[in-house]
Design a protein. Sequence first.
Length: 475
Amino acid sequence: MYRWQVVVSVWLHWLLLLAHAGLCPDAASMSRLPPTCQWLAKVCVDQNVYVLYDNKYNPRHELFQHVPRLKLDNISADYYGYGDVWGTHFSHPEPLLRPATGGEETRELAHPQFSRCTIPLIIYASRLYMYGHFFTNTVASIHVMQQSGLLDRRLSIVIDTFGMQLERFQRFLLAPFTPFDVTTLSHLSSRQPYERPESYNPDGQHGRCFWNLLACQFNANTSGHLPKTLDSPLWSTGQTILQHYRHKLPPIDPEFANNSKLRVLIAVLPRRSKLRALVNQDQVWSWCTKFKPPAGVKDWHGTSCLLHEFGHDLLSDLAYSSQADVLLGVHSESLFNAFFMPEHSSVIEIRPLNYTGRLSNQYMKDMSAGDGHSIFWWGVNVVNPAHSAPSTLELQKRGAPHTWPRERHTFIRLMALQYLLERIALTRNDKQRYMTFRDKHENYINDMLDKLNDTARHHRHLRHLQQRQQQPPEQ
């Protein structure tokens, strides 16, 4: 009996070793890194400091070359729960890298045990705590890099947060791109016992020293340094996330699940919201349920309309977005749920009074076009002062004044929505039909029904994006 126990024990041990080996990333994949990433060898992390053990980084060794730097370019750091309305963001300081010395304070640094299996991917993300920035600049870039073979999916994802905790949405969005839990640099580099069980790496322990480590920065310019592997990287990212969670999605309202109807998801905030509320949301819902299409629409079976507060239940957000034909709402991070919708669905963006120009176009207008029109963008600018009211911040003269127009409460005229939804009903998911409306400037109006034409500016923007994408990666 004892012999069989030994055999079983050895067999289980080998199974564990094989499973562990299967979770070890391939270090060879780091040979084609974009210029936004930097590889380090024989390194420990200690309280957010990188300690280097390679002789070429040791000034006292004959093989010394230089002490490397992690140069961060345009990484804007923000605070947990603040957003950008307070104007508190700042340029991320350059991380400290130093050679190991003979005076290390801890046993782990004095006698390092370098893991050959765990390879951390340290992320420096610009506007980390803003959903839209994080989705487009960080998550989508990681997806593209994995699809291009630049990143191994088995890397341990670690985010620099300045000691703050992660938001729920960050773990939620990144989970499909790693088999491990996501952790923070503060936790990874903390002086915990090596034996402490951990779920963010294949070793399962609190190791802080690695044969290989990767540090990457993600900002608005990152996509320009990546291969153009995907025609619609943002939509592809959204669908990858959706597929990962599909088996966990909760049931939705049966009426909204009826795909014979035009399903319109209306993004709203709490009725007593201090910022950016759609004042007449109930009126918009009532109009939507009674919407009559224009002549020429075939196989019409009516609309199914739903008011939805995004952000409370991320799985519910996914479930409803994945079934929607149209997402309608005031400019906000909620509209990024459009990339979880079926391809060539529509998003109607309502822009508050005086919120126009480059920043407003960046999200979502130019983004949907730069994504190959994976989602059809329709917009309406509020121009009537009577249809706008200041937010609490503006009334109290608090926060960053340049954000006040974006945060204003908005009343949207139903005739403007009628104009756009009629064209959406004629378009459905027909890209050629959408482009016809777009070329006639019928996809972008103000609430007085004036067509808004900025096609020339948009073409310049697209040419700039294409030029960046065609540039070969720097060596």
